[in-house]
Design a protein around this ligand. Structure first.
Ligand code: IPM
Ligand code: MN
Length: 359
């Protein structure tokens, strides 16, 4: 019997609602697979910050380190200036726990509508490996003469060979493990960012040639890839890219796979504690209405089980989600559509948890 300690951070807005459903489903899978889950709740987020001024204390990070994984709802509060919670909770956890990979599967499930005409589940199934600890996100830079006509602002894209190599290695391994078309596409901007992406490109080919001769290497500029992701999503198997480009193209990826209601990701430290989350935001205007789609968070829970090494439990969750989607109960992924078809956040969670229990 395996036992895991999971930190639960509902966060803001609809975060706690979707997290509750994900936990329901993950628990149902754990019960089937002889897994014991010990959970700890953390209430960091906008409300706590507004009430106490506390964002994320060092002690919480120490406690996170004592867990096997973290499952997150959403971060972002309408009454808190943008950046405070995102940087103070989400990015801080990513950096402090050295979750240097952001893994974002882009998979179109049956019965989920994609805005791309004439493409189906057989065409849309790839993974983006986004570098998650460096690049433009480190805050390298600064501001001078602020508020004057001569204000200078700079924010630099900085990568070390070490950071690039560890990300590439992870991406090559994902491609090998998927064993789909065994192709890894590097997404960069070698025609303009001639220092940073030259480093990425050299490292990519050096590692590929030396250690992954079985994986085909391709390259796409970031602007062009947004075009191909829409026009020919079937070309992609695994895409690897830097932090900022990865942030941007994975929102596009989320839309391609049916929207924020379904897209999940993992902030991964392969040697440490990882954090799983739905990609969408906290959707404050739907808070407490029981209409937000919990599927993205449920898929985050599925990824968590997968990364804990609980393949059987992860597969149960995925199969239950697919069965639920195939049942046609949902008219769409958005809160509006969920309301229209008489579903709710909790009913979706219950339905999927029941399927997990009886599969
Ligand atoms: C994401 C989000 C975050 C990011 C924000 C909220 C800091 O957009 O997870 O993609 O930029 O990484
Ligand atoms: Mn983003």
């Amino acid at each position: 019997m395996s036992k895991y300690k999971i930190a639960l951070m509902g966060g803001d807005g609809t975060g706690p609602e979707v997290l509750a459903e994900a936990v329901k489903v993950v628990r149902a899978a754990a019960a089937r697979c002889n897994i014991t889950l010990e959970t700890t709740d953390y209430d960091f987020g906008g409300n706590r910050y507004l009430a106490t001024g506390e964002i994320l204390p060092d002690s919480a990070l120490d406690e996170f380190r004592q867990h096997d994984a973290i499952l997150l709802g959403a971060i972002g509060h309408p009454d808190v200036k943008p950046g405070i919670l995102e940087k103070g909770i989400l990015l801080r956890t990513r950096f402090e726990l050295d979750q240097y990979i952001n893994l974002r599967p882009v998979k179109l499930y049956p019965n989920v509508e994609t805005p791309i005409k004439n493409k189906g589940p057989e065409d849309i199934d790839f993974v983006v490996v986004r570098e998650n600890s460096a690049g433009l996100y480190t805050g390298f830079g600064g501001v001078q003469k602020k508020g004057t006509p001569h204000e200078v602002a700079e924010q630099c894209m900085v990568y070390t060979r070490f950071e690039v190599d560890r990300c590439l290695k992870f991406a090559f391994d994902v491609a090998r493990k998927r064993n789909k078309t065994n192709t890894l596409t590097l997404c960069g901007k070698t025609n303009v960012l001639t220092y940073v992406f030259d480093l990425w490109e050299r490292a990519f080919h050096a590692m590929g040639a030396a250690e992954y001769p079985d994986i085909k290497r391709e390259y796409a500029h970031v602007d062009a890839i947004t075009m191909w992701m829409v026009k020919n999503p079937e070309w992609f198997d695994v895409i690897v890219t830097g932090n900022m480009f990865g942030d941007i193209i994975t929102d596009l990826g989320a839309m391609v796979q049916g929207g924020m209601g379904i897209a999940a990701g993992g902030n991964i430290n392969p040697e440490g504690v990882s954090m799983f989350e739905p990609i969408g935001g906290s959707a404050p205007k739907y808070t407490g209405l029981n209409v937000i789609n919990p599927l993205a968070c449920i898929f985050a829970g599925q990824m968590m089980l997968d990364y804990l090494g609980e393949q059987e439990a992860a597969d149960l969750v995925e199969t239950a989600c697919v069965d639920f989607l195939k049942s046609g109960t949902l008219s769409g992924m958005s809160a509006k559509e969920i309301k229209e078809c008489g579903m709710s956040t909790t009913r979706i969670g219950d339905d999927i948890a029941n399927r997990v229990a009886t599969l």
